[in-house]
Design a protein around this ligand. Sequence first.
Ligand code: PLP
Length: 339
Amino acid sequence: MKDLDWSNIGFGYIRTDYNVRCCYRDGKWGEIEVSSSEHINLHMAATCLHYGQEAFEGLKAFRGKDGKVRIFRLEANAERLQSTCDGILMPQISVEMFREMVTKVVNLNKDYIPPYESGASLYIRPLIIGTSAQVGVHPASEYMFIIFVTPVGPYFKGGFSTNPYVIIREYDRSAPLGTGKYKVGGNYAASLRANKLAHDKGYSCEFYLDAREKKYIDECGAANFIGIKDNTYVTPLSTSILPSITNNSLQQIAKDMGMKVEVRPVPEEELLTFEEAGACGTAAVISPIERIDDLETGKSYVFAKDGKPGPVLTELYNRLRAIQYGDAADDYGWVTIVE
Ligand SMILES: *Cc1c(COP(=O)(O)O)cnc(C)c1O
């Protein structure tokens, strides 16, 4: 194992030894290649640079107490990438090819998988880009699929904690029939201004309402929303939300905890009724929300009066982390063990 300060590595980029790549040409994917270069050689007229033909995924590998390495929900990420590729007319990557490349890149960089005790993990970033040269607006004929990994620190260094959010109405992240449900870079470019506005106002993240009516909850920055009340797990249904795999996993865990799960449109006023609220995604699992301010109406929805995460989100968080690190049984086949 590399000699890194595992508990303090944060959420940046740390170079590892290898990445894996595969190119699509003449209507098919080629051989999987291993590279030790962090750079790619790209034509200046590549479609990814001009017309945003780019998609990505994000998943993690964890080192357990038993020393084994577990990749969380590899198949679900492969399937979501297929849906995204289909959404912006890029060739799909089979689940088998995705699995082969992910396990290969994790194995090649084993020395960078943080030790169990650190609470850190190995972030896996697959990305696909249109690489062929053209200036006409149509899908590329050639693509490159790359997977690199980088160790990331424990998200909550000082322990699981809450953050303030602000409703932003000035900008939309995605349109109701747009690309919000796909994991494409363009959605992130579209969110940068809203995110900056939230930060400038002293909030940790922006909170989006639906683009059409500004009435229903969409997403919390680049994370899904979860509201808890009356032993019920509530999460919004919307055509412009990215289907979070963390959210999907937490819904199953909530059911295992004897909770009801509701996936439906959630009007802003309903925020008043939640006992706990959180944002969920691979990076943090759950980031509990302290409060959501609506600066236009002057309303402030407070979920954590003492600033502390509530008991239900804490239990959901602990149970999911336990599965990821191999401390609890993997009842649903979510974990791929790397040999
Ligand atoms: C990746 C992402 C999420 C979280 O999805 P996970 O699969 O849980 O990591 C939520 N919203 C957006 C916009 C995302 O890009």
